[in-house]
Design a protein around this ligand. Structure first.
Ligand SMILES: Cc1cc2nc3c(=O)[nH]c(=O)nc-3n(C[C@H](O)[C@H](O)[C@H](O)COP(=O)(O)OP(=O)(O)OC[C@H]3O[C@@H](n4cnc5c(N)ncnc54)[C@H](O)[C@@H]3O)c2cc1C
Length: 384
């Protein structure tokens, strides 16, 4: 279980704050509007240790608890959510190896992931299968000491710029139940593994979302995480709680960022002889936005604390993810409306938050699915 001293946590969060204000805020529009890969910012994230944020210190990471990690993600997302995807998806890859890999796999891969020398993400989704992951078609066929992999992944974050992915495949496509034939591999780029186009998106710019194409891609059998077939689906599900806490934290960041932009603007902008925040219609919006942002933060920290205690927290993480992402969407919309015409302008920041917010409702399990998961767990826990 990772822990951190309160003073060290405060110092780390202050460092992140300073970095965001000095390096990220002044350049975000330039990168976001051009949909340009933020190479310098990624180098700075390496120096800050973000690519190893949740990796254990014995493998070269910072070993942060989920509560500290979530607060880092909140701070960055309040200004530019997209760049958190560059290390968040990567940390899901690292988590899969640390939690389920063999000791030699951990020793080989984790220090490279933690330093950011090798970066990547999690490759689950295929053109025909997102929510219903057990319907994937990608196969890995054993061939002596290797596996040969064929198929296509899509929507993979860091797909173009990253070089290594946790890859979900079917090692036994005929298995019943379907999940028992699924396995997770550490897949570095190499012959037979190419990338397709960078996908064009509404928001979440600069970070690359790509197609990964595998054509007789051959990797040694020791790249199978845990080196036992048939555990891939469980291994992916084992990372979901932290993944959802991370998306919840992104939602909190956007909800708080949108609130701050709206508050600043409403105090400056005057109509009918007074700042618009003094008109009750606007004050009501700000009051609701502030409450939503605070509730999202508390739910997310509650889920992160449960995770850090080692408690089962699928329901808490689901609630945090669902509520915070909806809060992000609502606050971004309300903030844009408070900005009037300027909210529609590319010169103001709120349009970016408005474009970035909807992704938090989709990633790490759509909000439709979250409510179903919450209900199932709620019913189970409420049973006499
Ligand atoms: C910008 C971006 C980045 C992404 N990054 C990654 C990544 O790094 N790695 C990766 O593997 N994937 C990634 N994804 C894919 C993402 O995880 C999927 O889009 C998501 O899981 C939903 O799958 P889908 O798009 O196929 O929608 P579908 O599964 O086709 O769902 C369509 C709609 O039906 C609803 N639905 C589906 N099944 C049910 C059900 N049983 N009950 C009720 N409603 C249901 C869904 O909630 C949704 O509203 C990314 C997506 C985006 C947009």
């Amino acid at each position: 279980m990772h822990t951190i001293d309160k003073a060290d946590e405060a110092q780390l969060l202050a460092t992140i704050d300073r970095w965001v204000e000095r390096e990220v805020r002044p350049r975000v529009k330039e990168f976001d509007h051009a949909d340009k890969w933020p190479a310098e910012i990624v180098e700075q994230m390496k120096e800050l240790g973000l690519f190893g944020a949740t990796v254990s210190p014995e493998y070269g990471g910072l070993g942060l608890p989920a509560t500290t990690y979530a607060q880092i993600v909140m701070k960055i997302s309040a200004v530019w959510m997209a760049i958190t995807g560059i290390f968040n998806s990567h940390l899901m890859l690292a988590l899969a190896v640390e939690k389920f890999g063999t000791e030699p796999q951990k020793r080989h891969w984790l220090p490279k992931f933690a330093s950011g020398e090798v970066r990547g993400g999690l490759a689950l989704t295929e053109p025909n299968a997102g929510t219903d992951l057990q319907a994937i078609r990608m196969t890995a066929r054993r061939d002596k000491g290797d596996y040969v992999i064929n198929g296509t992944k899509t929507w993979i974050s860091n797909g173009i710029e990253g070089s290594c992915f946790a890859l979900l495949v079917k090692t036994n496509p005929e298995a019943s139940p379907r999940y028992s034939g699924m396995s997770l591999f550490i897949a570095p780029k190499g012959p037979g593994f190419t990338t397709g186009r960078k996908l064009e998106k509404l928001g979440y710019k600069s970070i690359d979302s790509g197609e990964l194409i595998f054509d007789n891609y051959r990797i040694p059998a020791d790249h199978l995480i845990g080196e036992v077939e048939g555990r891939g689906f469980t291994q992916v599900a084992g990372g979901l709680e932290l993944g959802r806490i991370n998306v919840a934290a992104r939602g909190v960041g956007i909800a708080e960022g949108a609130l701050q932009l709206a508050t600043d603007y409403a105090q400056l902008r005057q109509t009918f002889g007074k700042p618009i925040i003094e008109h009750q219609a606007i004050a009501l919006k700000i009051g609701e936005m502030a409450t939503r942002a605070r509730a999202a933060r508390l739910l997310t920290l509650d889920a992160a604390q449960a995770f850090d205690r080692g408690d089962r927290c699928d329901m808490e993480a689901g609630m945090a993810k669902f509520f915070s992402s909806e809060a992000a969407l609502e606050n971004a919309t309300e903030s844009m409306r408070i900005h009037g015409a300027y909210g529609y302008s590319k010169e103001y920041d709120i349009e970016r938050l408005y474009r970035d917010a909807p992704l938090t409702c989709i990633g790490e399990g759509t909000n439709e699915m979250q409510r179903i998961i919450i209900a199932k767990q709620w019913a189970r826990r409420s049973a006499a």
